[in-house]
Design a protein around this ligand. Sequence first.
Ligand code: SER
Length: 593
Amino acid sequence: MKEITRKELIKKYTEFFKENKHKLIPSSSLIPVNDPTVLFTTAGMHPLIPYLVGQKHSLGKKLTSVQKCIRTRDIDEVGNSTHHTFFEMLGNWSLGDYWKKEAIEFSYKFLTKQLKIPIEKLAVSCFKGDEDSPKDEESFKIWLELGIPKERIAFLNKRHNWWGPAGKTGPCGPDTEMFYWISSKKPPKKFNPEDKNWVEIWNDVFMQYNKTNSGKYAPLKQKNVDTGMGVERTLAVLNNLADNYQTSLFLPIIKEIEKISKKKYEKNKKEMRIIADHIKAAVFILGDDYGIKPSNTEHGYILRRLIRRAIRYGKSLRIEQNFITKVAQTVFPIYEKDYPELKKNRNFILANLDEEENKFRKTVERGLRKFEKISKNKKKIGGEDSFLLFQSYGFPIELTEELAYEKGVVVDIKDYENEYKKHQELSRTASAGKFKSGLSDDSEATTKLHTATHLLNEVLTIVLGKEVKQKGSNITPERLRFDFTFSKKLTDEEKKKIENLVNGKIKEKLKITKDEMPLKKAFKSGAQGEFGHKYPEMVSVYTILDSKNKRGWFSKEICTGPHVKNTKELGHFKIIKETSSSSGVRRIKAELK
Ligand code: SER
């Protein structure tokens, strides 16, 4: 078979679904705006979460996309032939439209007609059933009717044939997966999912449940289809390549690593794969319009880990000079046509990679020596030592763990965490910060307080003056906390006035609307954003309508939500405390009764 390129595969896929009445949606950011329970977009369905749970999508009910994704759960598996931190996912969706029959027929047609995979090389798996959801006989029958022999259909349990939710809660359901026989040997009649020659290439998820906070699987309002096909893996198997790193999506990167290290890929696969994978992922994270930089929390921490892990594996290849930016430069030509943000943020990406490498190189040598000393003749590394490696030598705990593992030593993670907590007051905000808009969860109480925060933000500018700006917000189900620029302690009179105005707006029963629009348009329309915050190109704007106001609204903010529908739902607003937060910044804590 003639080689198929990434471009061709993507085109074939998207054209096929467009012909079948799907609308193509652009890849969205790697930082999910709709799911506070994860750090990164891990699948094509991520940006679609609100629409999978019932919201109307402006482009209709049938969508297709090529989504850039980051998965860090499998980071330890990177180094084998198929796991990646960064990858692209092809997908098609039915948002309460078509169901199993059409979805499976689309998949079957695309595989056998478009990609021309002979049916003898295909096998599938379906969900076996358990207490949460019945056995998927329907998919089984559809596959049979399409001509897949029954020996080639396996029923597997939840661990294999269930997908989602992507984070802690959200849409999920049983799936049916498609496997391709990669060996040159004749495929066996019976499908054995354990046989490594059967490689999974596509997954059709039937999302009809919503996993709730309490761990229950509640039926969704609508039945959705969510499918995902990894570009890297599919290209590798279709082109008969030994592994994903031999595809054009990795080869230029691997070649550069070979050149710098003066070593061969064939003999140093694990190290080179990790370096190539991690640098590519780091380029994409830095390249996203959010402006994430290496740091010790959240997204920045993952980024730091990726870069430092790549440097460390570079050391295993005896690369002692800076090399990250050199390798990174080979990533751009592969992707920048499809992801213009890479080109736009090129300087930012390279400067940060270089800075991080310089920082780490300054201490890594001494850190490795320290590690040797610490771990010598020991079975266990305690918190004080691993924290020292983190604090003074910049070793992410996962790196210490990995080094320890190689020596057969364990790291006491609990002890490390205790040490970390002791030293870092700030770490407390790490988990809270995971939630966009400073929300600790998306409960009803939190949602109400979130809307109250928008009212408060606007009211403050009325009572204290236009120059008052939001500096931060943090909301739990019990109270809101709002920081803003203002230099003096508020008087009792001012506080009363603020409360009265907020409560007045609650009593006026103002409606709240949500619109999606390009960032520029949002700012033009008068929407407020947080100063210095980097936003994606498409944003949601929440407006508290107000017909008495000349402009037709009381408050307008760029925000990821969620919010209540009408201010009448809020109850009575009361300030509990007003204090100084830092120089020139005041802090209000308030509740709703
Ligand atoms: N969400 C599913 C997956 O990631 C299908 O796209 O496999």
